[in-house]
Design a binder for this molecule. Structure first.
Ligand code: ANZ
Ligand code: ZN
Length: 610
């Protein structure tokens, strides 16, 4: 007949691999398909059996799949082929359309189903190194309809046995997928869509914390909402939770009067899931003192969405889904003019103990920052934690480097004072006349000042704070060399020096401020003699041209092993660089023939020689 059954698929590229068609046991279509036929009994038996197991359980990968043939066929829109219709108990009725184009070669559940009921498994996507690929790469029709694979084919690859799409890449968002979707849209037999899977959400909880559900139960009037002017309903604070008291046993909370008839009534004592708070709290931050409404949309629209959201991966699924849901509902209500709450998400990795175990109070392996802060200060501890590695990576806690960070910050402190002409007794200066090396140190400091600002700016944007701190250390090293090369008196006597000193001091303080704000503000006022706070200051500028080194040192490798180093002009042409590199390792090359040379500008030259 002419009925059309719609399916939802994320893999339109696999349409040629569809060898059967599945309906959920709850499908309303089933009865009509099998009524009065020999297939009615087995299909209805399966439908009854499926009722005894929840749909969630049935859809789980490890649950044994059950199915029955309906005796009917559908036509595959892409190639006109007849495909048998089965009922399958792992198909979820309320996801997508409750009907699935089964592709056993690409979907593990369909694969297991095909194996169990001996249905064809048609390979339609292969990687080019697959043994079947040479045989099928030009094949437009069907030659292979079953495979000896142990499981469905997870690899991305090239479409085979797929009509005119054969040879295109397959996979999500692939060339083949785009082409097949376009063809279906053209024929009016399919369209792109977005599918959500948000289950019903029971928000009521039987516990004290959580926001009260503003409802009143009256014997006469039933469930009555608390009138708006009586909101919010507040939790009682005189409750003895330790003694086992609950909202339901707290007479002062429970007993109230009915807002409709004025008779005695009882408050709802369930509270709401805490997700009902965490799904929109960030909007409240945009208008925290508002006593009339959750927020003033004007303010919320001005501040939101959140530019950078940070949280543990444990919040990634439900919290983000609910937050988006709340945002979209509020948008649909006309309260918000944006539709995604967060622009960027950073999931920070956990800090584990030295053995790689999660820290927890019950395991007694929690390290407390208080003691470290008491010894080294909050700035050193914060900078050290950020220095441990990229924030999204898991880290093993190790305190050994903390004294090193503390030493670095102390050195930075002295250097900034030195640069400001406030040298203390501990500073080490070479009281010697400026020579070529000293000039080199000054040039290097100027270059580092620009390079490190560029690097730290980019690292902060990428949230790689560890490499930003490492770069500040490099600038500090350059400052150290410079300070050792010129005496304070020489620097004080020269205008150029004074300008450079002041500039580098300011840059160091501003760069380190996000990581060690206390230290930075102290230096800002004490050493630099400025007012206010660093966070009110503009971020330092840099000149990309000055950040480039005029000379670079390259490692010279022979067959991947470093055999020497060579210094060349940063913009030296490749033949010149290669010649210099060969000369630097001439001894090691003796008696060998150079087969190949690879130049990675700014880093290395690798010579393959045998
Ligand atoms: C063909 C196909 C080929 C699929 C392939 C997957 C892999 P997600 O990504 O979770 O949204 N599907 C659709 N509706 C379903 C339902 N009601 N019950 C069970 N499975 C259903 O999953 C989308 C995929 O899940 C869809 O893409 C469909 O199988 C299946 F190599 O279609 B697919
Ligand atoms: Zn009443």
């Amino acid at each position: 007949d002419d009925d059309i059954i719609t399916v939802f698929t994320t893999r339109a590229d696999t349409l040629f691999g569809c060898s059967f068609f599945l309906l959920a046991p709850e499908s309303k279509l089933l009865r009509g398909l099998v009524e009065g036929t020999e297939y009615e009994a087995p299909v209805m038996e399966l439908v009854e059996a499926a009722k005894k197991v929840t749909a969630v359980q049935r859809a789980q990968g490890d649950h044994e799949k059950h199915g029955a043939f309906t005796g009917r066929y559908v036509v595959n829109p892409i190639n006109g082929e007849k495909v048998p219709v089965w009922v399958g108990d792992y198909i979820v009725a309320d996801y997508g359309t409750g009907a699935v184009m089964a592709v056993p070669c690409g979907d593990q559940r369909d694969f297991e189903f095909a194996r169990k009921y001996d249905l064809p498994i048609i390979p339609i996507i292969l990687s080019e190194d697959d043994p079947l690929y040479p045989q099928l790469k030009d094949e437009q029709g069907r030659v292979v309809t079953t495979v000896d694979w142990p499981e469905a084919y997870a690899a991305e690859g090239v479409l085979v046995q797929s009509g005119s799409y054969t040879g295109m890449t397959g996979g999500k968002h692939s060339e083949g997928e785009a082409a097949i979707v376009a063809a279906l849209e053209e024929m009016g037999r399919g369209k792109r869509t977005v599918e959500f899977r948000l289950r019903d959400w029971l928000i009521s909880r039987q516990r004290y914390w959580g926001n009260p559900i503003p409802a009143i139960h009256c014997e006469k009037c039933g469930v009555v909402p608390v009138p708006e002017e009586d909101l919010p309903v507040r939790l009682p604070e005189d409750i003895d939770l330790a003694a086992g008291e609950t909202l339901a046993t707290h007479a002062g909370f429970v007993n109230t009067t009915c807002p409709v008839c004025g008779g005695p009534a009882k408050r709802e004592t369930d509270t709401m899931d805490t997700f009902t708070c965490s799904s929109w709290y960030y909007m409240r931050y945009t208008d925290p003192h508002n006593v009339h409404a959750p927020f003033n949309p004007e303010k919320t629209n001005a501040w939101m969405p959140v530019d950078q959201y940070i949280g543990g991966i444990e919040h990634a699924i439900l919290h983000l889904l609910y937050s988006r849901f709340f945002t979209k509902v509020l948008r649909d209500c006309g309260l918000l003019d944006f539709d995604e709450p967060f622009t960027n998400l950073l999931c920070q990795g956990m800090v584990l103990d030295a053995h790689g175990d999660v820290m927890s109070k019950s395991k007694g392996n929690v390290v407390s920052p208080e003691e470290m802060i008491a010894e080294y200060g909050a700035d050193a501890v914060r900078a050290y934690i950020l220095f441990l590695g990229p924030p999204e990576k898991e880290k093993l806690w190790n305190e050994d480097g903390l004294p090193g960070m503390y030493k670095f910050l102390n050195r930075l402190w002295r250097q900034v004072h030195d640069l400001c002409g406030k040298a203390g007794d501990e500073t080490l200066f070479a009281q010697k006349p400026a020579d070529e090396a000293a000039v080199g140190a000054a040039k290097k400091l100027i270059r580092e000042r620009h390079r490190v600002v560029e690097k730290v700016s980019a690292d902060i944007e990428r949230n790689t704070f560890n490499t930003a701190i490492a770069a500040i250390m490099e600038l500090s090293n350059a400052a150290g060399e410079y300070l050792r090369a010129f005496s304070p008196d020489d620097r004080a006597a020269c205008e150029d020096h004074r300008a450079l000193d002041a500039e580098v001091a300011e840059v160091l303080v501003k760069l380190v401020a996000p990581f060690t704000p206390h230290l930075a503000d102290e230096l800002w006022r004490e050493a630099l003699g400025r007012e206010g706070f660093v966070y009110d200051q503009p971020w330092p500028e840099y000149d990309p041209d000055q950040a480039r080194a005029d000379e670079v040192e390259l490692a010279v490798q022979i067959c991947g092993k470093i055999k020497g180093r060579v210094t060349v002009a940063a913009d030296a042409p490749e033949p010149e660089v290669l010649a210099a590199a060969r000369e630097a390792v001439a001894a090691a090359l003796e008696g060998k023939t150079v087969k190949k040379e690879v130049y990675v500008p700014g880093r290395l030259v690798n010579i393959v020689a045998v």
